[in-house]
Design a protein around this ligand. Structure first.
Ligand code: SF4
Ligand SMILES: [Zn+2]
Length: 331
């Protein structure tokens, strides 16, 4: 495993001082659901020193470290970033504060700043969503932040299979770590779980099975599950495989299949918004039918109505079905 970790690390192109620590990464508005109603959500990506795990080694599919400052960002600079981004806030009902790492990691966002940002948002919006690795979740912190705002914690479990977590994703934690954090969050506020579709080294069929199995487990704790088909981010291990033609991003048919099957297994709200969908670096089909499928996936994410997938067809579906049967076949 040391070699796998080292390979991931060596593919990185670190450049300290590349970014201005006063400059946030980006912000935008998107549609989300709150209490069953479609509302606008404001997303802010703050620039911190970067995900602690990525600074050590990192997940095989994640290139977020490309946007990180790679050195400590002071509380003053971080709050400046937040205040600048908030100039574009337009009374959206949800605010998502992401750091391309863990908001709850005090090496990225100090305790003081966590509380200051949540306190500020608590007075302006209905719901705040932040992301964290399980390691940084503890009950005391959860209670404190949930008094300041209506907070939801998003955790990237990716796969409920410890072998996939270790040998395919290099996640740096096990299922039991997620379960501990999930129970802690669930006792205090709501939990969103990210699940990866088709991590490296899995066939398309194995990827589908793994994602469905993960929904089954994460669904016990989560109010929302976000299915994230792998996309090819810069300087990642999966990009290394992809450039050697040793990896294909998942088919959109696979995402549809996982959503359809998962709906039978959980009451959690299921969503999927494939990054780079319909391009070679993102989940795609034959590229001719992609728009249609992506639009159905988006409709499903907002309505949970499986009928949006009825009558979806393209010739490439036959190719996808054949591939499910033969990929990985050995004599
Ligand atoms: S996926 Fe999350 S935990 Fe993994 S390296 Fe990226 S930011 Fe860190
Ligand atoms: Zn097609």
């Amino acid at each position: 495993m040391k070699q796998f970790e080292e390979k991931i690390r060596n593919l990185r192109e670190y450049q300290k001082g590349k970014y201005n620590p006063k400059q946030y990464v980006s912000s935008w508005s998107e549609k989300e659901l709150i209490d069953g109603k479609i509302v606008d959500a404001f997303v802010i990506i703050l620039r911190t020193r970067g995900c602690s795990w990525a600074l050590k080694s990192g997940c095989s599919v994640c290139g977020y470290i490309n946007d990180a400052a790679l050195e400590n960002v002071s509380d003053k600079d971080l709050f400046y970033q937040f205040s600048e981004a908030m100039k574009k806030f337009n009374a959206q009902k949800i605010v998502k504060i992401f750091t391309s790492g863990s908001f709850l990691d005090e090496n990225e966002v100090s305790k003081v700043m966590q509380e200051k940002i949540c306190g500020t948002l608590g007075k302006k919006t209905k719901k705040v969503i932040v992301e964290s690795r399980p390691d940084f979740v503890n009950e005391e912190k959860m209670k404190k932040l949930s008094h300041l705002c209506n907070i939801e914690i998003a955790v990237g479990l990716e796969s409920a299979n410890d072998n996939v977590l270790e040998y395919s994703i290099n996640k740096g934690f096990k299922l039991k770590d997620y379960i501990r954090a999930a129970k802690t969050v669930k006792n205090v506020c709501s939990l969103k779980t990210y699940i990866l579709l088709k991590p490296p080294f899995l066939t398309e069929k194995e990827g589908i099975k793994d994602a469905i199995n993960t929904v089954k487990i994460a669904g016990k704790y989560s109010s929302t599950i976000s299915l994230n088909p792998v996309n090819i981010q810069k300087n990642t291990f999966v990009e290394f495989l992809w450039k050697r033609n040793e990896y294909r991003t998942p088919w959109l048919w696979s995402a549809v299949e996982v959503l359809k099957e998962s709906k039978k297994l959980t009451d959690a709200h299921l969503m999927c918004s494939p990054t780079g969908g319909g391009t070679r670096r993102g989940a795609h089909n034959c590229l001719r039918c992609d728009k249609k499928i992506l639009s159905a996936v988006q409709d499903f994410s907002l309505t949970q109505n499986l009928s949006v997938f009825d009558n979806l067809y393209c010739e490439c579906k036959e190719e996808w079905l054949d591939m499910l049967e033969v990929e990985g076949f050995q004599c």
